[in-house]
Ligand binder design. Structure first.
Ligand SMILES: [Zn+2]
Length: 76
């Protein structure tokens, strides 16, 4: 699709790293599927993936972990 930010680039399938911070906890997800603009580098992550990330992060935070870096895996 056309990039909504710069309006010139085309998005390509790729991956990104997303950091979520909640209170004292920092959770980093690597290899998150995303569409990346080939012009400005803006990243678009699908809603279902964002929701999955937030759910995973909440589970991690509940377990009391303060810093966690993991590879993204979509929740079944
Ligand atoms: Zn762009």
């Amino acid at each position: 699709m056309k990039c909504m930010i710069c309006k010139h680039g085309e998005t390509q399938e790729g991956t990104t790293t997303i950091t979520l911070e909640r209170g004292t906890s920092t959770i980093v997800f690597k290899d998150v599927p995303a569409l990346v603009c080939d012009n400005c580098g803006e990243k678009y992550v699908e809603d279902k993936i964002t929701k999955s990330l937030l759910k995973n992060a909440n589970d991690i935070i509940k377990s009391g972990v303060e810093v966690d870096i993991r590879k993204f895996q979509i929740a079944a």
